[in-house]
Design a protein around this ligand. Structure first.
Ligand code: TZP
Ligand code: MG
Length: 209
């Protein structure tokens, strides 16, 4: 969960997603989430198979955002859902313990429910301003800390995180940082991930759990 890279084809800039994800993997990303908001199911599935194969080569978990059908079809390592996607309980009943289940939460209450209903990790954010997700609500560092203090499952933080502000998240007890634009908007993704990984090692502090 330490350096969790989430894809976004708005940053492709003529490159392929396969190329960009491989750069992120070479740079040390510890988890890849394929997040496709506007792709038809056929193309989504095709892309899923390709990225899954790549993640397997680098022995990194491959997570699908939102789409359980695609996650099951391509036998992804996990599925990540938000509060407005499928119900946590319903997803858990289908995947049982055969797949990692990630759930986005913004409050302690949502975090406790997600944990109880079978989430394996939580995504918490947005912790900083972001232009990547227009409808993202902001989560204060106080709420983030309360979530970390009250759940046993890993907490991954998201939203506007970059090399400069990441250190502000140290000492809170997070397990990882999830990033979109800070990874995929840059030209040298591999180099960027190496630098982000270095900082994330200092930021993630399990001692506080
Ligand atoms: N959920 C909350 S904020 C966010 C998502 C998917 C976007 C994160 O993107 P970025 O570019 O790392 O701010
Ligand atoms: Mg969602």
């Amino acid at each position: 969960m330490r350096l969790y890279a989430i894809t976004d084809r708005m940053w492709l800039n003529g490159k392929t997603l396969m190329y960009q994800v491989e750069q992120a993997l070479k740079g040390g990303s510890t988890c890849i989430q394929l997040r496709e908001k506007n792709l038809d199911d056929k193309s989504f599935l095709e892309e899923s198979y390709k990225i899954k194969k790549l993640c397997k080569k680098y022995k990194v978990p491959f997570i699908i955002n939102d789409n359980l059908e695609i996650a099951l079809k391509c036998a992804a390592d996990g599925i990540h859902i938000g509060q407005n996607d499928m119900e946590i309980k319903k997803v858990k009943k289908i995947i049982e313990d055969n797949m990692i289940l990630g759930v986005s939460v913004e409050t302690v209450e949502q975090a406790l429910i997600a944990e109880k209903e079978g989430a394996d990790y939580l995504g918490v954010g947005a912790v900083f301003n972001t232009s990547t997700k227009s409808d993202a609500n902001s989560v204060s560092h106080k709420t983030l800390k309360d979530i970390c203090d009250n759940v046993k499952i890993p907490v991954v933080v998201i939203g506007g995180i970059n090399k400069k502000n990441m250190k502000q998240l140290s000492g809170i007890g997070i397990d990882g940082v999830a990033l979109i634009s800070a990874i995929f908007s840059v030209d040298d993704i591999e180099k960027e991930c190496k630098e982000l990984l270095e900082i994330s090692i200092k930021t993630v502090n399990k001692e506080h759990k």
